[in-house]
Design a protein. Structure first.
Ligand code: UDP
Length: 485
């Protein structure tokens, strides 16, 4: 019995401790557990506290999934939003890496970690054999290094799009070709030639935001380090896992594969393996907005959400608000408490005033986004083009208007506007007239809706039994079992 347990695959899944990464890697962990693999899912202490008791795994596979946590090194009242992202990255590297090394070392022995050392929400650790494989977020290169040093097979999980990772991996070539750095004040509409497969449509403004900063201000040494670290650790990993589908990113995946030991495209995971029974939202979802949607006509509502990290200036907020009101459709807007400089009450009141205190708008601090996008009343999605949001909208066939903010969002939104054509890219412009015009177009264009619906069908085929993502997930489970034996 003990020998059989010791031979079982036990995977430590470690996402970057932010909402978007959890939303993607939690369904992955659930899926592994459903496939019979034992899984330890590693949160930050802060996030596990925020998720509360409902984060305890429940449901048929709960015996095979447990949660542990490590400190992220920041005070509890730190907002961990985009303004402080660099602090979070640095603090994780300084503090979480040490705790992670100690935890992994202890999980490699048969002895389970003690409660005193690590917060164990499920407390089901006693039956777990030693960890046989680590799946670490690609944005935690040090976690990949630690696993490698402790001689545990490690896979890198990229929660962003494959096209953005290909752009990252192409950085040395971009510098070589002179695509980077951009000349100061140079034209952002100039084409970029150094990312394979994207030569016909990629412009400077579509590159990930850190490239843009490097372009505008000369070669940013931090970018060089980040690019080097991501590429180095991805190369070290036994495989890269992407939350994407063949029909979305076939070309990018094909260009990445020759440079890696193996590549798996297993998404969109949220639709394949919903982790509904486990709390995943760091904010409390406002369920009232679904009841509000119930009272609206089919495809009449604009859903507006800029994800879990983006913040906007008061001026940008005002431009959005004026454009949305002028477009004339009812809208549901997620405005997190830390999102606009002014107090949340003041912001909510401004929306009420602008809409004449009528029923045109509903504002919430956090929505059950997947339920909202699935709702018959939603006609389009004004989004920051975060990868989870894109995948969620793609699956529901909802046309998008993209206002990308940072990281991979710039390149994702180019794919929406120019490759998949399931939405419009409002990149770099935040003016009321443009908001009004693009929202109208997304709501009314038959062509955009047809593209969105056709893409949804294709991706649904990828995740159905026998589809590319479903087959890749099976191959991945076998791969993990082999690494674990
Ligand atoms: N989300 C949500 N409710 C909201 C806003 C966002 O549940 O009101 C979820 C959304 O469904 C997605 C995630 O938060 O899964 C945001 O991830 P994404 O990659 O789109 O953007 P990020 O927050 O990482 O910038």
């Amino acid at each position: 019995m003990a020998a059989a347990a010791a031979a079982a695959a036990h995977v430590l899944v470690f996402p970057f401790p932010l909402q978007g990464h959890i939303n993607c890697m939690l369904p992955f962990a659930t899926a592994l557990a459903a496939a019979g693999v034992l899984v330890t899912f590693l949160h930050s202490d802060h996030n596990l506290r925020r998720l509360g008791p409902a984060s305890t795994p429940d449901g048929p596979h709960s015996q095979r999934l447990r949660f542990l946590s490590v400190p992220d090194g920041l005070p509890d009242n730190d907002p961990r939003s985009v303004g402080g992202l660099l602090e979070l990255v640095e603090s994780l590297q300084a503090v979480a890496s040490v705790a992670f090394r100690a935890l992994l070392a202890s999980l490699l022995s048969t002895k389970s970690p003690s409660r005193a050392d690590h917060h164990d929400a499920a407390d089901s650790g006693s039956g777990f054999p030693p960890v046989s494989c680590v799946v670490a977020d690609g944005y935690l290169p040090w976690a990949i290094d630690v696993a490698d040093e402790l001689a545990v097979p490690v896979l890198a999980f990229h929660t962003s799009s494959a096209c953005s990772i290909l752009a990252f991996l192409s950085a040395p070539r971009l510098f070589e070709l002179g695509d980077l750095p951009f000349p100061a004040g140079g034209d952002l509409d100039e084409p970029v030639h150094g990312v394979p497969g994207m030569e016909s449509f990629l412009r400077r403004r579509d590159l990930p935001s850190s490239f843009r900063r490097a372009g505008e201000h000369g070669v940013n040494p931090r970018l060089r380090v980040l690019v080097k670290d991501t590429s180095r650790s991805s190369g070290k990993a036994r495989a890269l896992i992407f939350n994407t589908a063949d029909s979305l990113e076939r070309s990018a995946l094909a260009h990445i594969a020759p440079h890696m030991r193996d590549v798996f495209a297993v998404g969109p995971l949220h639709a394949m393996f919903p982790a509904a029974a486990i709390a995943k939202s760091l904010w409390r979802e406002d369920d009232g907005c679904v009841a509000w949607l119930d009272g609206q006509a089919d495809r009449s509502v604009v859903y507006v959400s800029l994800g879990s990290l983006a913040v906007m200036s008061h001026e940008q907020f005002t431009e959005f608000l004026s454009g949305l009101v002028a477009a004339g459709y009812p809208f549901l807007w997620v405005l997190r408490p830390d999102m606009v400089g002014a107090s949340q009450d003041a912001v909510f009141q401004e929306v009420a005033r602008a809409t004449g205190d009528g029923d045109q708008a509903r504002v919430v601090a956090w929505a059950p986004q997947r339920d909202v996008l699935r709702h018959r009343a939603v006609g389009c999605f004004l989004t920051h083009a975060g990868w989870n949001s894109i995948l969620e909208a793609v699956l529901e066939g909802v046309p998008m208007v993209c206002w990308p903010f940072f990281a991979d969002q710039q390149i994702n939104s180019r794919f929406v506007g120019a490759v998949w054509r399931n939405g419009l890219d409002m990149k770099d412009v935040c003016e009321r007239a443009v908001v009004e015009k693009t929202v109208r177009e997304a709501m009314e264009s038959d062509e955009t809706r047809q593209s969105a619906e056709a893409l949804a069908e294709q991706v649904k085929r990828d995740i159905a039994d026998g589809g590319s993502s479903a087959m890749e997930f099976k191959r991945l489970v076998s791969f993990i079992r082999e690494l674990s034996s």
